[in-house]
Design a protein around this ligand. Sequence first.
Ligand SMILES: [Zn+2]
Length: 80
Amino acid sequence: MSVAIDPVCGMEVEIHDEALTATIDVASLSVATQPGRTAGAPDPNVAGGERFWFCGRGCLLDFQDEPERFLDAGFQPSGM
Ligand SMILES: [Zn+2]
């Protein structure tokens, strides 16, 4: 079983078919070239897209609202 890190809360999330996931066009964001930023898994279906996994709907919605905030190298997940 592989796991991903929820970029919002820092929890480990199991990757499975029903996991909450979102692909963000990171290449279009200003943080795309920032050293040390949080990176997702490259999504072969979306040019410049990276895929992220979430522990719950709250984290997913927060992330979709402000992806740059959570990908920033200076962001510290608060935990839940
Ligand atoms: Zn979370």
